[in-house]
Design a protein around this ligand. Structure first.
Ligand code: UDP
Length: 330
């Protein structure tokens, strides 16, 4: 199969590139390197089945050429990270909605099987545990920038599902729940790399709010395995939405403790009000647990990695990054 991965230089994207190349697929990456990084994909540069274009989804000519060569598109390019979304809502909305519109237009022309990355953010402030794909969605007011991310991703989902219904395009939607692992940047707010980096440097670990909010962290290796299995099952999964996440729920306070334990760090925990961490009036969700019955039943996927292993993989990655940084500055 020849797969075009938009956002292939990003965190999930670069792990997906590796996984597809390893099994012998041909892979093209399209990434404008705004939040993705060339370092994530530098290692593939000489691979005979791999090609890379640094460009924007708005460049129709490039997107058209890449789509014309591909059997499938995995659309991961998006504005991600709560921090980024709150700080740059216009960019978030435009990148997500216009980008998906362009990808679907290209996919239509060449009848490409298409997977669209969405997010558990779309469940918003819902309080149901766990969240199922057919649940109602509860977003906060449009005066709070955070919800622009969920709204833009929802529109992406609607566009994808409409292309399936109206044009018979093989589109599948994936809602990722807190994907973490080696290679994730903490620059846009993600909690695990931020805590690990702070712990390794002895800096304070900053917990936002009271730390009793919880999340289920899913190893990127598990998430990528789900993407590949969904990619391979267009007949069963087209026109459908799937949650991809782990069931192991942990509060942010417990996460901070575990990071301190596993790094042996002397870092202290510091509590920061949400209004200071993000913006006045910021709304967070207390719990976010995925119901993964549907994906288990359809393609027999479930998350395998548990939190200690996930943290150890991130800690090892961050340690080697710091050592590389230290030796290159010597
Ligand atoms: N968080 C935190 N400290 C940080 C970054 C995030 O306490 O340095 C909290 C954040 O407020 C949220 C949780 O950790 O409650 C998960 O944040 P992340 O941005 O990783 O993912 P989200 O679930 O918000 O999309």
């Amino acid at each position: 199969m020849h797969v075009l991965i938009t956002g292939g230089a990003g965190f999930i994207g670069s792990h997906l590139v590796r996984s597809l190349l390893e099994r012998g697929d041909r892979v093209s990456v399209l990434d404008n390197l705004t939040t993705g990084s060339y370092d994530n994909i530098a290692t593939f540069a000489q691979h005979p089945l791999y090609s890379f274009a640094i460009d924007d989804l708005a460049n129709d000519l490039v997107l058209d050429r890449l789509a014309s060569q591909a059997d499938a598109i995995v659309h991961l390019a998006a504005a991600v990270g709560v921090q980024l979304v709150v700080e740059r809502p216009t960019e978030t909305i435009e990148t997500n909605v216009l980008g998906t519109h362009s990808v679907l237009a290209a996919a239509r022309r060449y009848r490409c099987r298409t997977l669209i990355a969405s997010t558990s953010e779309v469940y918003g402030k819902g309080v149901k545990v766990p969240f199922s794909e057919d649940d109602d969605l509860l977003l906060g007011s449009s005066s709070r920038s955070r919800w622009s991310y969920a709204a833009s991703k929802l529109l992406d989902e609607f566009l994808g599902l409409a292309a399936h219904r109206e044009l018979g395009l093989a589109v599948t939607i994936i809602r990722f729940f807190n994907t973490v692992g080696p290679g994730q940047t903490g620059r846009y707010g993600m909690v695990v790399p931020r805590f690990v980096r702070a712990a390794l440097t002895g800096a304070p670990i900053q917990v936002y709010g009271d730390g009793e909010q919880s999340r289920c962290f899913c190893h990127v290796y598990d998430s990528v395995r789900a993407v590949v299995k969904l990619l391979d099952a267009p007949d069963k999964t087209s026109g459908e939405i799937y949650n991809v996440g782990s069931h192991h729920e942990v509060t942010i306070n417990q996460l901070a403790q575990k990071v301190i334990e596993r790094t042996g760090s002397a870092s202290q925990i510091e509590y920061i009000p949400y209004s200071e961490a993000y913006a006045p009036g910021f709304e967070d969700m207390r719990r976010r647990v995925p119901d993964t019955t549907k994906i288990r039943a359809t393609i027999d996927w479930r998350a395998k990695y548990e939190l200690p292993q996930i943290l150890d993989d991130v800690i090892e990655y961050e340690r080697s990054r710091q050592q590389a940084g230290a030796s290159s500055s010597q």
